[in-house]
Design a protein around this ligand. Structure first.
Ligand code: HEC
Length: 169
């Protein structure tokens, strides 16, 4: 009879929904938890920011490598500092909403980035400032001054990571 069939159909539909939710990916699970699924554009920004930081890491490593030598290549240090500086200016635009560790995607970006936007902005600006100062210091070819400024730049990395990046396991 119609009266009993209708609820049974509803139950079947609900069950199908549960089953499909169970097989859904991480991003879909985030939706089930009430978080918006990151758009393709947002996910592209996440990839871009991770590649940007990877390149920043490579450039900084090259700087430290030069400073271990008796005669560092100051032109190379200046170029790497300039690269970090240009990349630092892009950081602020690579954190679209809904792309933190809470969104279920592969990222080390902590939710604090979005809950403390002024502190994050200041940390990103510090990266711009300290890398700019390293480029200037490299022009002096004074190893002590360049090494001191490289240390200050490292402090800018650590200052942000301590607050805003998932700690390494
Ligand atoms: C304003 C904050 C901030 C500053 C400053 C910063 N980082 Fe990061 N870094 C992050 C965040 C957040 C992530 C995680 C990004 C993600 O997983 O989506 C990250 C990730 C990284 C990664 C891993 C990239 C990957 O996915 O493979 C490296 C390497 C890295 N940072 C190096 C550096 C170095 C070196 C400096 C300084 C010269 C620096 N970072 C400065 C916030 C910062």
């Amino acid at each position: 009879m119609l009266r009993t069939t209708a609820p049974r159909l509803l139950t079947a539909a609900a069950l199908a929904g549960v089953l499909s939710a169970a097989s859904a990916g991480l991003a879909d699970r985030a939706v089930a938890q009430g978080q918006a699924k990151p758009s393709a554009a947002a996910l592209a920004k996440v990839t871009e920011r991770q590649e940007n930081f990877k390149a920043i890491g490579g450039a900084f490593k090259a700087v430290r490598g030069e400073l271990e030598k008796d005669s560092p290549d100051y032109a190379l240090i200046a170029a790497k500092a300039g690269d970090i500086n240009a990349r630092a200016r892009r950081v602020g635009g690579l954190f679209p909403a809904g792309t933190s560790t809470a969104s279920g995607i592969k990222t080390e970006a902590l939710p604090a980035i979005w809950s403390k936007p002024d502190a994050f902005k200041a940390a990103a600006q510090k990266l711009v400032d300290e890398s700019g100062k390293l480029k200037t210091a490299a022009a002096t070819r004074n190893k002590q001054a360049v090494a001191a400024q490289a240390m200050a730049l490292g402090g800018a990395c650590k200052g942000c990571h301590d607050q805003f990046r998932l700690p390494a396991k």
